[in-house]
Design a protein around this ligand. Structure first.
Ligand SMILES: Nc1ncnc2c1ncn2[C@@H]1O[C@H](COP(=O)(O)OP(=O)(O)OP(=O)(O)O)[C@@H](O)[C@H]1O
Ligand SMILES: [Mg+2]
Length: 330
């Protein structure tokens, strides 16, 4: 997670994203820098509205029409892509960067059979013949645990359960062998057993394909289990990142500490979960100074007036005046 990352698939540098709302430009992502090393699962966490999905959409060139990248760089395998045209993005999206969203039905076309989805994608990106694409489809459907894959290829999305549709989306995404998979709440709409199965499947396949994953989730249990590194967002800013083990055992930012203290632990002896006090401030009224100071139990006078930089010790960065260290090398 350094500035010139030789082994990172994706580097986001000082990204700011704005949305045009009610005649004003609202800054939704502010000065965010984050790098995803090769072969790494990076978790992205933060309360609802903190900017996780907008970060993912910015990387993929999929911001809605009222949103734009105000400043910063997005570097994919050494190439700056933030100014790419839609046509250029299409060569990366799907093929190099796979995408799985919470709602698989939004991504599957109801009038296409499952095999048609594979034929279209694999023809477009790899020039596969129909027969080759159907063979691949069967292989991948089988890998993601769709029973009777061969028979079900000709079925349509509505003939599958939501969990099965999510598996199909994952199969379709992985058939492209992306170098990075962005999974935005990939299991949020599924029941717990299926969630576990899908996440285990992703772990197996990720090791096999040697891909990196940006895993966005509200579920800190899932993040702790699945991720090598974790980055924490608050109100559009990155406030802390660290290897997952470090972040969960030694969270530094008071926001990360509060977030972790809010998860119930299934042990009667464990301390009771503490609800995060206060509401996430509106982006229209971003607090001056550190954005978290209005809810921070350790806020100091300086926090109300100055914004902390992200400071890093080796491999662990935190943006908080409680830790006055060298500025992060990001
Ligand atoms: N099209 C839009 N126009 C205006 N504001 C938007 C738009 N899309 C998102 N936002 C705002 O951007 C902020 C970040 O939203 P985002 O969807 O990235 O949050 P999130 O962290 O993914 O939340 P969740 O956990 O609920 O998915 C929110 O305040 C949201 O209201
Ligand atoms: Mg989201």
């Amino acid at each position: 997670m350094r500035q010139h990352c030789g082994t990172c698939v994706l580097e986001i540098k000082q990204l700011s994203v704005q949305f045009h709302v009610n005649q004003t430009q609202l800054t939704v992502i502010r000065n965010l820098s984050l790098s995803i090393p090769d072969n790494t699962v990076m978790g992205l966490v933060g309360e609802s509205g903190s900017g996780k999905s907008v970060t993912a959409l910015s990387v993929l060139g999929l911001l809605p029409p009222n949103g734009h990248i105000e400043s910063g760089k997005i570097i994919w395998n050494g190439t700056e892509i933030q100014g790419f045209s839609d046509a250029d993005y299409r060569t990366i999206r799907g093929r190099d960067i796979g995408l799985v969203f919470q709602n698989p039905l939004a991504s599957l076309n109801p009038v296409f059979s499952i095999q048609d989805h594979f034929v279209e994608m694999l023809r477009l990106h790899f020039g596969h013949t129909r027969t080759q694409a159907i063979q691949e489809a069967e292989y991948w459907l089988d890998r993601v645990g769709i029973p009777d894959a061969h028979k079900r290829l000709r079925d349509y999305p509505h003939q599958f359960s939501l969990g099965m549709c999510q598996r199909i989306m994952i199969a379709l995404t992985l058939a492209m062998k992306p170098k990075l998979l962005i999974a935005d709440e990939p299991t949020a709409s599924l029941d717990v057993t299926i969630q576990v199965q899908i996440l285990e499947l992703l772990q197996d396949l990720r090791a096999e394909l040697g891909m990196s994953v940006l895993l966005i989730s509200h579920d800190l249990g899932v993040i702790a289990q699945q991720c090598d590194r974790v980055a924490v967002m608050y109100l559009g800013e990155l406030v802390e990142w660290a290897p997952a083990e470090t972040l969960f055992s030694n969270p530094k930012h008071p926001y990360t500490q509060a977030l972790l203290a809010s998860i119930p632990i299934p042990d009667p002896k464990a301390p009771k979960p503490q609800r995060l006090s206060g509401e996430l401030p509106s982006l229209y009224k971003r607090p001056a100074g550190c954005a978290f100071h209005t809810r921070c139990p350790q806020a100091m006078p300086v926090c109300k007036t100055s914004r902390p930089d992200l400071h890093s010790a080796v491999n662990h960065a935190v943006g908080c005046f409680l830790y006055p260290k060298e500025p992060a090398n990001q």
